[in-house]
Ligand binder design. Sequence first.
Ligand code: CP
Ligand code: NVA
Length: 303
Amino acid sequence: MSRDLKHFLDLDAFDKDVLRQILDLGHALKSGNANDYGNAPLAGKTLAMIFEKPSTRTRVSFEVGMRQLGGEVVMMSSNDTQLGQGETVADTARVLSRFVDAIMVRTDDPAKLQELSVYASVPVINGLTDLTHPCQIMADIMTFEQHRGPIAGKTIAWTGDGNNVSNSFIQAAALFDFSLRLACPDSLRPNSDILKWAIDAGADITVTDDPTLAVENADCVVTDTWVSMHQDRGDRVDVLTPYRVTEALMGHAADDALFMHCLPAHRGEEVVDAVMDGQWSVVWDESENRLHAQKGILLWSLG
Ligand code: CP
Ligand code: NVA
């Protein structure tokens, strides 16, 4: 049913040139150089946004982005829709497709995202699952390139939990040709299937348990919360404390290294204030770039 639809599910589904084209569209929209699209390219189009988990950035950036492109949004949270009362994902997909032109979903199980894309007859966009967060990584690459030019050939270091955001970074390393060094405790490594896919695709990826090794001379250091929305704290804070991004750790990175965090940050846990608010930090640009990168995704999907 959905074979020809332009879903944005995960980065590994894309050819390099298509992903680059989407990102370049985001860059062009941001700098006001996408005149071919006119003032309201998505006029008359509606995006449904399903949130089964909390969100600040994803919700606001998609809503504002859609409006800036001339379109409309419908917000749905699992608490106040029939999806939260047991209506199936497949039936929800069939019904929403009769009303809207695209569906963005934030959910737990990546199987639900896949199911939605199978039964929807409109494009589906991944707004985060427990496994991946591809829209975030498009914004992260845009942010790196805004400050440092093309990301190809650069070295990005991830330190902390091997979580959904790190998984999408791993996929991106294969598609945007940057080196990725991940420092994670043995018990909290990224998804092994995703790692295997990226390495088989030719990505230059190193996984270590040593944050200093990962960060050495890196062009950018990235981290994320130690306790994602689907996780219990358990002993995570103890296990992850050596992976905290401090000024001392940033001292091992390249002299002009950037610091990124998808936010929300837990200051004093995965990153200290001196780094969040320090000379390395581009986290506010990174947050803003969710808007521009996603406008590129929306135009590609719906335009
Ligand atoms: N980074 C991110 O996706 O933030 P929200 O959870 O606020 O959407
Ligand atoms: N890893 C985090 C990202 C939040 C945007 C989570 O899943 O909660």
